[in-house]
Design a protein around this ligand. Structure first.
Ligand code: MN
Length: 316
């Protein structure tokens, strides 16, 4: 299967607005099933960008894949492709993903470990199931939009195998990025945000930040009647939230992202011309470098759409 990249054959312009955060709300943001343009046409469940809410904090892309039996298949196979203006987050529930990038990093993400790639001004990577690999592959690929002052930062890659833990009555958390329940991940962040994986059972109360908007993504089980599929958007203005259920889920959050962005294929820019330049450099330039050892030729960028890509806000 292929994930970890926006491989749609004809990616739609997708974007993100500068309005104040909503107060506490409860909205289900339903996924669209996206068939990735790889050999086996794997389907992923994409909740961000959503039609009416394109971002939650700086989180602008959320794909959930699996659990898939990959015992008799190559598993994930995403050939070298570029990114710019964002961070990619690979987080696994089951299985493993081997990352290679144009800076020479080779690192395997497994449950409980984070592969975080800060693309900044540009990097290329591939992601594959290693050989041999576990029978089941289940995970998420998330993107974080870099704020304007950091979007051209030096590209770099981080692998975090020792993430901090937090717990309370009825729940346990791994703090993947940012701060949660008083614990801070060492992963690099460029705007105030959080990503935490929670395992919970029963009624429980999670601490939140009032200035963050938050959303929950169920990986397994159910929380407040929500099973895997939609993103449960909670708005901002909550210091805590009372929930019930037996589940493993992600908490995504951050300060509302007030810049308008242009998101197309694997790039985030601020203007149509930014995207054109990124695309041209991938096809004909040297901005992104080459990935060694993936055993696959690099992906070609799709053609630009016939219309001008417009910067869009976080919310419609
Ligand atoms: Mn990618």
């Amino acid at each position: 299967m292929g994930c970890v990249s926006n491989l749609e054959a004809s990616p739609q312009e997708a974007l993100c607005e500068g309005t104040p955060a909503d107060g506490p709300v409860r909205e289900l943001l339903y996924p669209r099933d996206v068939v990735l343009g790889t050999r086996d046409g794997t389907t992923v469940s994409r909740t961000l960008p959503n039609k009416d809410r394109r971002m939650v904090g700086a989180w602008c892309f959320a794909d959930h894949y699996g659990p898939t039996d990959v015992s008799d298949s190559p598993g994930m196979s995403v050939a070298p492709h570029p990114h710019a203006g964002l961070q990619t987050v690979s987080w696994l529930v089951a299985g493993e993903v081997l990352h290679r990038d144009s800076l020479g990093h080779v690192a395997t993400a497994r449950p409980g470990t984070l592969n975080l790639m800060t693309a900044g001004r540009g990097i290329a990577h591939s992601e594959h199931s290693p050989v041999p690999h576990d029978d089941v592959l289940h995970g998420v690929q998330l993107w974080v939009a870099l704020p304007g002052e950091h979007r051209d930062t030096e590209p770099h890659f981080e692998h975090h195998a020792d993430l901090p833990a937090a717990e309370g009555h009825g729940w346990h958390a791994t703090v993947v990025m940012g701060q949660f329940a008083g614990q801070t991940s060492a992963a690099a962040t460029y705007s105030p945000l959080v990503l935490a994986e929670i395992t919970a059972d029963g009624p429980f109360t999670l601490p939140l930040r009032e200035d963050f908007e938050h959303a929950l993504l169920v990986l397994d089980g159910e929380v407040d009647g929500v099973e895997r599929g939609p993103l449960l958007y909670l708005g901002a203005g909550r210091a805590e939230i009372e929930l019930t259920g037996r589940a493993r889920f992600l908490v995504l959050g951050g300060v509302p992202f007030h810049e308008k962005i242009v998101m197309w294929w694997n790039f985030i820019g601020r203007t149509h011309d930014d995207i054109v330049a990124m695309r041209e450099s991938w096809m004909d330039g040297d901005r992104f470098g080459e990935v060694q050892g993936s055993g696959q030729s690099r992906l070609a960028a799709p053609p630009m759409p016939g219309t001008t890509l417009m910067p869009r806000a976080r919310k419609r």
